[in-house]
Design a protein around this ligand. Structure first.
Ligand SMILES: *Cc1c(COP(=O)(O)O)cnc(C)c1O
Length: 423
């Protein structure tokens, strides 16, 4: 009874989530009471009101597509109707459309521990990766290997292999634990994703970066599962290069542009392998030769996706009044509570596949179940939305801005009931 009808903030009984088990069970009631106390005291609780969330749904899939910030629709309307509709082409100048890639990069910078002028919003993650892998290989001409690991996002491996081929180099893929021991003088670049998209296991970014530098290699981190959820500290750890998408924890919407980070000290030595007019020092000089503009903007190739950038700009408002450290603190607490609520429910066949130690875990919790797709579908039909990574993992993203502690306890209870139903 304790858990019944508690999902909706409006006090209206939610349409989809129904708990069928006897919920007066002591351990679970205790976790729920704790969740409510945490919600009461949560300094980030007001952020939830910045999102448009369907009633009766616990959305745990920001690791795939972040939920919709309310400000996005308003901002898009303004950009479309006023800047595009009325100002027309003058908006390239008056609306500062040209400067958006750098200005938005500066808004993302504090979330990844970068300095102003080091982050550019452009392209998609895969294209940004192609460019930075090429730039790194060209900067280490006597070396011919891009080193990565089997836990990387497979598409990153396809991209890295393709980019390496274009530069007469090759991709070497080793087990995650073997990366540091595989560093030798053939390695030009170490390219890894910080958080394993399946298990949430997090690489030791500082140690790998340091070892790679000692071996004379550059380092590129894919921050798709970090940006907006896990503090990265690019500057402090001397990270050379990074890419990341903005449609996951940054909530900028489907297909929103990626960001790329190039350490300031490398701006003059790395060359954009896909030089385009918008990275030219005089884009409207129409010279026959390419001369890079100063700074990170030289990594721009083509015309920015202005509408998608307007959505990103509005989405980043969510992060304005907080810090990545605060967000991470809540995300860890959400994940810990979720895991404890699952433990308390003793659900059959359901196990925590992510590290229990938050220090080596990203922002999602993966659960193993022999019928993961069926489990995820059943939970989704009851309003608990995560996703599946076949064959046997379900993922649940612990996104601090939009989630309440009570949500994750409720989600754990529904998942446990689904596991019982499937047993
Ligand atoms: C989501 C994700 C991508 C997405 O790449 P796109 O080019 O936007 O399709 C890339 N790498 C990782 C690690 C991801 O999680």
């Amino acid at each position: 009874m304790a858990l019944r009808g508690t999902l909706s903030s409006s006090g209206v009984r939610p349409p989809t989530i129904r708990l069928v088990a006897d919920t007066r069970d002591d351990a679970r009631t205790q976790v729920l009471d704790e969740a409510r106390a945490l919600d009461e005291a949560d300094p980030l609780a007001p952020l939830r009101a910045m999102f448009s969330l369907p009633n009766g749904v616990v959305y745990l899939n920001a690791n795939s597509l972040g939920p919709l910030p309310r400000g996005v629709a308003r901002r898009l309307e303004q950009t479309v109707e006023h800047e595009w509709g009325e100002q027309l082409s003058a908006s390239w100048v008056h609306g500062d459309w040209f400067d958006e890639p750098v200005r938005l990069g500066d808004r993302i910078a504090p979330l990844i521990g970068a300095r102003a002028g080091e982050v550019l919003v452009a392209d998609t993650t895969s294209i940004a990766l192609t460019k930075l892998v090429g730039a790194a290989l060209a900067a280490r001409p006597s070396r011919h290997v891009v080193l990565s690991s089997t836990d990387n996002f497979p598409s990153d491996l396809y991209v890295a292999a393709g980019a390496a081929r274009l530069h007469g180099a090759e991709l070497r893929v080793v087990e995650p634990g073997d990366v540091r021991a595989s560093l030798d003088e053939s390695v030009a670049l170490v390219a890894l994703t910080q958080v394993d998209f399946r298990t949430g296991v997090m690489h030791d970014l500082a140690a790998i970066t340091e070892d790679a530098h000692r071996a004379g290699a550059l380092v590129l981190w894919d921050l798709c599962h970090s940006a907006g959820a896990v503090p990265v500290e690019c500057e402090a750890h001397g990270v050379d290069l990074a890419v990341g998408c903005t449609y996951k924890y940054l909530c900028a919407g489907p297909g929103s542009p990626s960001f790329l980070y190039v350490r300031q000290e490398l701006h003059d030595t790395l060359a954009n392998p896909l030089p385009g007019w918008l990275g030219h020092s005089a884009p409207f000089g129409f010279e026959l030769d390419w001369h890079p503009v100063d700074g990170v903007r030289r990594f721009m190739t083509s015309t920015p996706p202005v509408l998608a950038m307007a959505a990103l700009d509005a989405a980043l408002d969510v992060f304005d009044g907080t810090t990545i450290v605060e967000l991470r603190k809540k995300s860890v607490a959400l994940a810990d509570l979720f895991v404890r609520a699952l433990d308390a429910s003793a659900a059959p066949d359901l196990e925590v596949a992510s590290p229990r130690d938050a220090g080596v875990r990203g922002a999602h919790v993966a659960l193993g179940h022999p019928r993961a797709p069926a489990l995820a579908a059943m939970a989704a039909s009851r309003g608990v939305v995560g996703d599946v990574r076949p064959p046997d993992l379900c993922r649940f993203g612990m996104s601090a801005p939009s989630l309440r502690y009570e949500d994750v306890v409720l989600a754990a209870t529904v998942l446990a009931e689904c596991a019982h139903a499937l047993a």
